[in-house]
Design a protein. Sequence first.
Length: 128
Amino acid sequence: MSDSEPILFRPRRSGYPSDIAPSVQAEPAAQIVFNRQELMAILAVYGRKVASGEWRDYAIDLTRDKAVFSIFRRASEVPLYRIEKDPKLARKQGAYSVVAAGGLIMKRGQDLARVLDVFDKRPEVIRT
């Protein structure tokens, strides 16, 4: 071999991902959570409804995509309402939404306090 000849090197691959690409550990995505102010606003509404006897139980689900506060009349049923925080929708429709049991989005917006107002409004009787 002379110095002017290129050296051809072909690594042998076993088919494992660590042999194909360098091992780079991807940082796990952050989990979406409710912060203290958001949780206090939700629990204030929840507490009023529990005191009036309308609601009895709740559940909090935290995933990489969104955080969900589910509200139940009884623990054995499906949730009556879900309060969702989805940061992907923050610039489009608003990060917060209230979803009814059937999947109907009752209210959506940027401000959680305004979204939670949907629970405080009482239906009015219309007389003709």
